[in-house]
Design a protein around this ligand. Structure first.
Ligand code: GDP
Length: 525
C-alpha cells in the first residue's frame, strides 16, 4: 500500500470530537460509557479520578494535581466498529479556561450533552457558540431520561430559542421519568425497550413503522398512543433529516438516553460514528490543506505547563492535520524556521503516558516542550504551512494587575510578555491611565498566571478585579475614541488593536447602536 493510500484509510476511520456540557449534565458518565464500548475499560477509573479532584481548593498544589490528572485524560482514544475514536476533554468547573475553547478547534465535531431537567445551561451556550462559529457539526444527547424532566418538544423549542439551532430527533422516548420504557429509533425503525430499576435495555425489535402493532405489545396502549401522536406531529411539523445541514452545523440530530443506565448510549455511538465527519481540510494561510497529503503537518492548540515541578517540563498538544506522524521524524517549526526532531511524543491514555510511534490526521499527540512552542505554532514537513485555526477568544473576566515590588519591573514585564505569548492570559493597556489589564475566560487562568509569575519570574503580582464582562475588538477606519468613553473603556491589545470593554450587555448594545458603521468583533482581527 502506498503512503497516501495508507493515510487515506486511516483518515477515513477517524472521528475526533469533544463533548460540550454544563457541569453535572453527565459528561464524565457518558465518556466512561463510550470508552467501555471501545473496550478501554482501564480508562473509566481515570476519568473518575479527575472528577474526584474537582472540588479541591485551588492552591497551586491542587491546580497542579487537577491539571496533572486532566492531562492524562485530555485525549482519550479507542477503537470501535472499525473506527478510531478520539474524545477531547473540554475542562469545565474551575478549570474552565481559554484552553477549553482552544480544544474545540481541534475537534471535527461536538456532542452537546443536555440534562433533561435543566435544558440548555450557561456553559453549554458558550461552548456551543464557539462550535457554531467554526461551523462544525453538533450532535445532541439529552441525558437523564430516567428522571422527570422537560418534554422533548419543549427541549427542541429551547434549542431553537436559546441557541438558534433547529433539531431533528433521531429517536423518541416512550414515556418519561419513572414511566420511561424505551425509545423508538426513527432511523433504524426499531423499538428499544428497557425495564427494571436500572432501565437497561432488555429487548430490541425491528418494526415497520411507528404504527406497527409490535410497539403496542411492548409498551402498552397508553404510552403507544402518546408516542404515535408525537411522531405524527414530528412528521408534519418537524424538520426532515438533512445531511448537508447537519454537516454545516445548522441542524442538530438529537438522541434521547440515560448515560448512567447505559441506555441509548450504544445507538447514539453507532449513529454518531456514521454521521460525524472524518478529519477534513484545515485552513492555513495558503489555503485549505488536504489531510491525506503525504507531508505531515499540524498545530499546537494547548500547552500544559509545570506538569512535573521537578523538571518544569511542558507538554504541547498538537493536532495532526495532514500526513503521517512517525516518532523521531524531523519537521520544520515554521515560526522560527528551525528543524526539530519529534522524539518524545506522548499520547494520553489513562494514568500512563504511552509513547506514540505513528499517528495520523485527527489524532492528538503531546510533544515534550523545552519552551520552544507557543499556542498556535505550526509544524510541517515539506513546504511551510501556517494554520490559522486558533482565534483569540473574547475574555469575560478582567483584572488590573500591579507589581508588589517596583524594583522587579523588568522581570515583571518579561513574565507578562512571555505568558501572554504562551496564551496563559490576554493583556490590554488602557490609553488614559497606563494600566495593565488582564483578561481571561476562566478564573483558573488568573491563578496560574499569579503562580507562574512568582515561581518562574520571582515576581509577586496583585490582581484587582474589574467589573467588565465583555470585550469587543473595534474595527473602524476613523475611530473616535471619545465616542467610547460613555458606555465602555477603550483599551489596546498587544498588537495595538482597539478593544472596548463593557460592564454589561446593555452598555454594549448601546455602543453598537450608536456606532452603526463600526465593527465589534468577538475574536481578535
Ligand atoms: P459531569 O459534571 O458532566 O461530568 O457529570 P457526571 O457524569 O459526573 O454526572 C453528574 C451526576 O449525574 C452524577 O451523580 C451521575 O451519576 C448523574 N447522572 C449521569 N447520567 C445520569 C442519568 O442518565 N440519569 C441519572 N438519573 N443520573 C445521571
Amino acid at each position: 500500500m502506498s503512503l497516501s493510500e495508507e493515510i487515506k484509510q486511516e483518515v477515513d476511520k477517524r472521528r475526533t470530537f469533544a463533548i460540550i456540557a454544563h457541569p453535572d449534565a453527565g459528561k464524565t458518565t457518558l465518556t466512561e460509557k463510550l470508552l467501555l464500548f471501545g473496550g478501554a475499560i482501564r480508562l473509566a477509573g481515570s476519568v473518575k479520578a479527575r472528577k474526584a479532584n474537582r472540588h479541591a481548593t485551588s492552591d497551586w498544589m491542587e491546580i497542579e494535581k487537577q491539571r496533572g490528572i486532566s492531562v492524562t485524560s485530555s485525549v482519550m482514544q479507542f477503537d470501535y466498529a472499525g473506527h478510531r475514536v478520539n474524545i477531547l476533554d473540554t475542562p469545565g468547573h474551575q478549570d474552565f479556561s481559554e484552553d477549553t475553547y482552544r480544544t474545540l478547534t481541534a475537534a471535527d465535531s461536538a456532542v452537546m450533552l443536555i440534562d433533561v431537567a435543566k435544558g440548555v445551561e450557561a456553559q453549554t451556550i458558550k461552548l456551543f457558540q464557539v462550535c457554531r462559529q467554526r461551523g462544525i457539526p453538533i450532535f445532541t444527547f439529552i441525558n437523564k431520561l430516567d428522571r422527570e424532566g422537560k418534554g422533548p418538544f419543549d427541549l427542541m423549542e429551547e434549542l431553537e430559542q436559546v441557541l438558534g439551532i433547529r433539531s431533528v430527533p433521531m429517536n423518541w422516548p416512550i414515556g418519561s421519568g419513572r414511566e420511561l420504557c424505551g425509545v423508538y429509533d426513527r432511523m433504524k425503525g426499531q423499538v428499544e425497550l428497557f425495564q427494571g430499576k436500572d432501565h437497561t435495555t432488555i429487548e430490541v425489535k425491528k418494526v415497520e413503522d411507528y404504527n406497527d402493532p409490535i410497539i403496542r405489545e411492548m409498551a402498552g396502549d397508553y404510552l403507544t398512543d402518546q408516542l404515535i401522536s408525537d411522531l405524527e406531529l414530528l412528521d408534519v411539523a418537524g424538520d426532515p433529516f438533512d445531511y448537508e445541514k447537519v454537516r454545516a452545523g445548522e441542524l442538530t440530530p438529537i438522541f434521547f438516553g440515560s448515560a448512567v443506565n447505559n441506555f441509548g448510549v450504544q445507538t447514539f455511538l453507532d449513529n454518531f460514528l456514521q454521521l460525524a465527519p472524518k478529519p477534513g481540510a484545515k485552513v492555513s494561510e495558503s489555503g485549505p490543506v488536504d489531510p491525506t497529503t503525504d507531508k505531515f503537518s499540524g498545530y499546537v492548540f494547548k500547552i500544559q505547563a509545570n506538569m512535573n515541578p521537578a523538571h518544569r517540563d511542558r507538554i504541547a498538544f498538537l493536532r495532526i492535520c495532514s500526513g503521517r506522524f512517525e516518532r523521531g521524524m524531523s519537521v520544520k517549526h515554521v515560526r522560527n524556521g528551525k528543524t526539530i526532531k519529534l522524539s518524545q511524543p506522548q499520547q494520553f491514555l489513562a494514568q500512563d503516558r504511552d509513547i506514540v510511534d505513528v499517528a495520523y490526521p485527527g489524532d492528538i499527540i503531546g510533544l515534550f516542550d523545552p519552551g520552544i512552542f507557543r499556542i498556535g505554532d505550526s509544524l510541517s514537513q515539506g513546504k511551510d504551512i501556517v494554520y490559522n485555526e486558533l482565534p483569540t477568544f473574547s475574555p469575560e473576566i478582567f483584572a488590573k494587575v500591579s507589581i508588589k515590588n517596583a524594583l522587579k519591573q523588568k522581570q515583571y514585564q518579561k513574565g507578562i510578555d512571555q505568558l501572554t505569548e504562551e496564551g496563559t492570559i490576554q493583556v490590554f493597556y488602557s490609553a488614559s491611565f497606563n494600566d495593565t489589564i488582564l483578561g481571561v475566560v476562566g478564573q483558573l487562568q488568573f491563578e496560574v498566571f499569579q503562580y507562574r509569575m512568582q515561581a518562574e519570574y520571582g515576581v509577586d503580582v496583585q490582581l484587582h478585579p474589574m467589573t467588565f464582562q465583555f470585550a469587543r475588538w473595534i474595527v473602524d477606519d476613523n475611530i473616535d475614541p471619545s465616542k467610547f468613553r460613555i458606555n465602555s473603556t477603550l483599551v489596546k491589545d498587544k498588537k495595538d488593536n482597539y478593544v472596548a470593554l463593557f460592564e454589561n450587555e446593555y452598555a454594549m448594545r448601546t455602543a453598537m447602536e450608536k456606532n452603526p458603521t463600526t465593527k465589534f468583533l468577538e475574536v481578535a482581527p
